[in-house]
Design a protein around this ligand. Structure first.
Ligand SMILES: Nc1ncnc2c1ncn2[C@@H]1O[C@H](COP(=O)(O)OP(=O)(O)OP(=O)(O)O)[C@@H](O)[C@H]1O
Length: 289
């Protein structure tokens, strides 16, 4: 990572329009001075994180480790996935962290499902295959994303899905479990809510919620407040109401049951998701020609 923050960033990149804003930072379009190639730069100022209450000490720690985790998750080489947003450069000083990443000009999955209501099975299966490829690659490298949700699933200009935002990611491996309530209520796995130690399969649970949401336009674990959502997640009672699921195939439901399985030892890994018949046949698309 380069030191020198914004100044060093501006020596190598021309900064363009703001694309969006997150909880802590802004995302802007940028162009490499050397090649003219377009990227996105996510800038997170550290001051608000430092000034915040002790509860946000975790946020500062996560923001500071984001570049390293993201670099490992997206590095080229054996087992790399084209479905992880690549980190091209990082600049950091006392004031801020700037991450130069793949530009995803095609919007995010949340906007796609919001505008279409629900997706046909072949499309949902294709998107879950891309997401599982990203997760399998991260998990092989000892990185759990911990905040898989439709807002963090972006599309590049060619419609390829990319997993972005490693701002909540954590290391696991060597028998080292993770702890801490990290993630987003509707998508978070029950073992995280329960306050137990957990592993990388929390991402598969969240991907299962994403799949349920793509096929039905509804959420499997819902409540009016975060506390109610957590209760619902802890019960982990998975239902497929006929109104939303009448036309969804048994194979798709089978995969959701295996991803949204409370028993972590029986829950599928990302690699197992990739081998499930519904994914292999891309929701039956291959069978139907
Ligand atoms: N690589 C990218 N290319 C294009 N747009 C992006 C890229 N990364 C993020 N965005 C957009 O910028 C906005 C902010 O993203 P960002 O990841 O900072 O925050 P967030 O996920 O909304 O919230 P959080 O603060 O919880 O991480 C979102 O609208 C997102 O779609």
């Amino acid at each position: 990572m380069s030191s020198g923050g914004e100044l060093a960033l501006r020596q190598e990149y021309v900064i363009g329009d703001e694309i969006g804003r997150g909880r802590f930072g802004t995302v802007r379009r940028c162009y490499a001075v050397a090649t003219g190639e377009a990227f996105a730069v996510k800038s997170t100022p550290k001051a608000p994180l430092r000034e915040a209450e002790a509860a946000d000490a975790l946020d500062l720690a996560l923001a500071e480790q984001e570049p390293k985790v993201h670099l490992v998750a997206s590095a080229p080489g054996p087992g790399a996935s084209p479905h992880v947003v690549a980190l091209h450069a990082a600049f950091e000083d006392d004031a801020a962290v700037h991450l130069v990443v793949d530009l995803c000009a095609g919007g995010d999955l949340l906007s796609l499902v919001s505008s279409r209501g629900r997706l046909p099975e072949h499309e949902a299966a294709d998107l879950v295959a891309q997401l599982a490829s990203a997760l399998a690659s991260c998990h092989r490298r000892g990185v759990a994303h911990r905040d898989v949700k439709p807002d963090n699933l972006l599309f590049d200009g060619g419609g390829v899905l990319k997993l972005g935002d490693f701002g909540s990611a954590g290391w696991f491996g060597d028998g080292r479990p993770m702890t801490g309530l990290v993630g987003t209520p509707y998508y978070v796995a029950p073992e995280v809510v329960a306050g137990r130690e957990y592993g990388e399969k929390v991402d598969v649970w969240s991907a299962g919620v994403v799949l349920y949401m793509m096929l039905s336009g509804t959420l499997p674990f819902y409540g009016a407040t975060a506390a109610e959502v957590f209760q619902c997640v802890l019960r982990g009672n998975l239902r497929f109401p006929p109104r939303a699921f009448a036309s969804v195939s048994p194979e798709a439901k089978d995969l959701m049951r295996r991803m949204l399985c409370k028993d972590v030892s029986r829950r599928f890994s990302a690699d197992q998701v990739l081998r499930h018949p519904w994914i292999v046949s891309r929701g039956g698309a291959a069978v139907m020609g």
